[in-house]
Every structure is written in C-alpha cells, then in structure tokens.
Design a protein around this ligand. Structure first.
Ligand code: PEP
Length: 250
C-alpha cells in the first residue's frame, strides 16, 4: 500500500510576503487531511522561512534541485547538506526545466540522484518525454533511458526509498494534461521497468504524475492504480487550489 504524496513545486515564484501567506494557508489546510503526505518545494532562499512555519506540522519541505557536489568552489550552487540543514525531506532532481534550460544530461541527473540519496534526503526523480518524442512513439524508450542512467550509477536497488515523478514535458505549465489513461499507461510501464531490477522496490516506489494537474482533474488522475500522487506547479501557488489537489489524494 503506497501512501499518496502531493508535492508543490513553487519554481522561481513568490516574494517573502506572498510565500508566508501561501505556506500558512497550506499548513492550515493540511490539518484536516489524512492519508496523504503534503510537501512544498520553495525557492531555496525561502526554505528557512517556510520550515519556520511548517515545523511541528504535517507539511514536509523539499528543495527544487541540488548540486552534484557537497561543498566547495561551485558559485551559485546549493548543496544537499545545506538544504538538509533546514529540515528538507525531499529534493526534486532532473526536472524538465533543469534538463532543457540548464542542459542537465541523464548522467548529471543520475549523479545528483546519487548525491541526494547518499545524504538521506528523498529524491523526487523527474522523467518524461517531449511532444516530439511522444508523437514519435518513443515515450517508453525515453523514460526507460532516463531511469537506466540512475540504475547505471546506483545499481539494481537504486530506487529504494525514492520517489519518481512522471512529467510529460508537453503537459508542464501548458494546461494540457495527459488523460488518466495515457498517464496510467506510462506509470504502469515505469513500474514494470523498475520491477525488472527489483520487484519489491518497484511495488513500493511512489510514482507521481506532474503536468497541469489541478483541482478539476486531480481525483481521476490520482485514482489510477499506478499514480501515487502529484507534482504540482501552477496549481500549488494558491493554497486553496493546492489543498483541493491534496484532498483528491486522500
Ligand atoms: C512541474 O513543473 O513540475 C509541473 C507539474 O508544473 P505544472 O503543474 O504547472 O504543469
């Protein structure tokens, strides 16, 4: 039995003031939820403000990325040990914006995955195909390739205690959501692919869907047998909408 996880990816949005209001709304809303884990991933500069509010609540906090290295001369980077110092439980790794805008290869993402996992923080490992790849009929091949880079770095038990987010790139921030059937089909493929290495781990891994999930479509998506929650961008920026998605995960 996998407990659903709904994680908000706030990306580079908000101000100190607006984030205070947002996290207060999330903490308040989460009080009435059971059977779903709620997490938020703020811009790193606001993590301390957010954990000051979430401390003692059921809401978990994550970072949006982490450096491959733990410390040293890496100007502009944030290490996983630093975000761990601020009680982050999760770290998003390999988001499509990191892959496409900052050129992170499968190998770099796998290296980040290793650094995060070794630190004891839970990686939320993002994978997914572009529109061109979907139309070219290679969705499964792309997801398998992204996953296999992590197996190559970490071995057959790589995904023990980790989270995967399937995020079709064409659905992120576009308002176009994968249909529940489309999403379920890829989620089932991902689980089968993991099971080839370790069936027990594959059964336990939470596989989140991400891509324009919102209060109107969350219940049907999360209701699919292999969809264990969501990674939410736009709809996580308003406490009311985010809590409605979290409720759908209950
Ligand atoms: C995301 O960026 O992880 C995401 C799913 O964004 P959105 O919900 O806005 O599509």
């Amino acid at each position: 039995m996998r407990t659903p996880l709904v994680a908000g990816n706030w990306k580079m949005n908000g101000s100190r003031e607006s984030i205070k209001e947002l996290i207060n709304g999330v903490v308040e809303g989460a009080k009435s939820l059971t059977g779903v884990v709620v997490a938020v991933c703020p811009p790193s500069i606001y993590i301390a403000d957010v954990t000051a509010v979430t401390s003692g609540s059921s809401v978990e906090v994550g970072s949006q990325d982490a450096c491959t290295e733990l410390k040293g001369a890496f100007t502009g980077e944030t290490s996983i040990e630093m975000v761990k110092d601020f009680s982050c439980k999760y770290a998003i790794i390999g988001h499509s914006e990191r892959r496409s805008i900052y050129g992170e290869t499968d190998e770099v993402v796998a290296e980040k995955f290793t650094t995060v996992k070794n630190s004891g923080v839970i990686p939320i490992f993002c994978i997914g195909e572009t529109l061109e790849e979907r139309e070219g009929g290679i969705t499964e091949e792309v997801c398998a390739r992204q996953i296999d880079a992590v197996f190559a770095a970490q071995g057959d038990d790589a995904f023990a205690g980790s989270v995967i987010a399937y995020e079709p790139v064409w659905a992120i921030g576009t308002g176009k959501t994968a249909s529940p059937e489309q999403a379920q089909s890829v989620h089932a493929f991902i689980r089968q692919h993991l099971a080839k290495r370790n069936a027990d781990i594959a059964e336990k891994v939470q596989i989140l869907y991400g891509g324009s999930m919102n209060p109107a479509n969350a219940k049907e998506l999360i209701g699919q047998p292999d969809i264990d929650g969501g990674l939410i961008g736009g709809a996580s920026l308003k406490a009311e909408d985010f809590m409605a998605v979290c409720q759908a995960g209950q």
